[in-house]
Design a protein around this ligand. Structure first.
Ligand code: AMP
Length: 219
């Protein structure tokens, strides 16, 4: 069976990296609301453009997000959903339109989040990502892949990082309690401060012990 996974955790936990690996390993779609929004930053909605909220590190309005998520999940029978839900209203909406097998929570401390986000750099041309200390390019400010210029995302500026983490702890973390206490969907935590390969190994064993495997359903 194709896994339907919601991946959660604070900014900088490694959700993007791990979601991509998971989606590839199980051949399902990586649905990243941040990625969809970045590709539609200037889209006019009745609430303004997504970019206006994103650059400030604020959440894009729930109504806009509901339409995006509904379309992105469509009738897919497997996905890794990364970046949604971010608050209680979004979690309740997702309960109505989707039925995930598993919620994966990647845990890192607030200090680690800040350290990872503030050093993050992205290539203007090809989107490759680096970290000034942990994964630097060969030449400072220049992309190894395509030679493009590296920049710091607006929402990785210190003030926006502070706001994003505040929203995470105030609004998004309670969603984990919603899953634990008010649904039957299992929540599994993984230590996101380990090296990425170890995080992925843990995630894979969690998926395998939680999502019904093809051999089990054929029995
Ligand atoms: P991310 O890359 O997941 O950190 O998302 C980047 C930005 O996109 C966030 O800081 C928000 O402004 C916006 N965003 C992404 N997902 C959501 C969501 N589920 N609800 C509201 N805003 C979102």
């Amino acid at each position: 069976m194709n896994p339907r996974i919601v991946i959660m955790g604070p900014q900088g936990a490694g959700k993007g990296t791990q979601s991509e690996r998971l989606a590839e390993a199980y051949d399902v779609e990586h649905v990243t609301t941040g990625g969809i929004l970045r590709a539609n930053k200037d889209l006019e909605t009745e609430h303004g453009t997504p970019g206006e909220y994103m650059d400030r590190g604020e959440l894009v309005p729930d109504e806009v997000m509901a339409a995006i998520v509904e379309e992105a999940l469509g009738s897919r029978d497997g996905y890794v959903l990364d970046g949604y839900p971010r608050n209680r209203a979004q979690a309740e909406y997702l309960d109505e339109i989707a039925d995930p097998h598993l919620v994966l929570l990647i845990e890192v401390s607030e200090e680690v989040s800040i350290e990872r986000l503030s050093g993050r750099r992205e290539c203007r041309d090809c989107g490759a990502t680096y970290h000034v200390d942990f994964d630097p390019p060969a030449e400072s400010g220049v992309c190894d892949v395509c030679g493009g210029e590296l920049f710091r995302r607006e929402d990785d500026e210190p003030e926006a990082i502070r706001r994003r983490l505040e929203i995470y702890y105030d609004e998004t973390e309670p969603v984990v309690a919603h899953y634990r206490e008010e649904t039957d969907i299992p929540v599994k935590s993984v230590d996101g401060e380990q090296p990425p390969d170890d995080v992925f190994d843990d995630i894979e064993s969690m998926v395998e012990s939680t999502v019904p495997q093809p051999s089990a359903s054929e029995d």
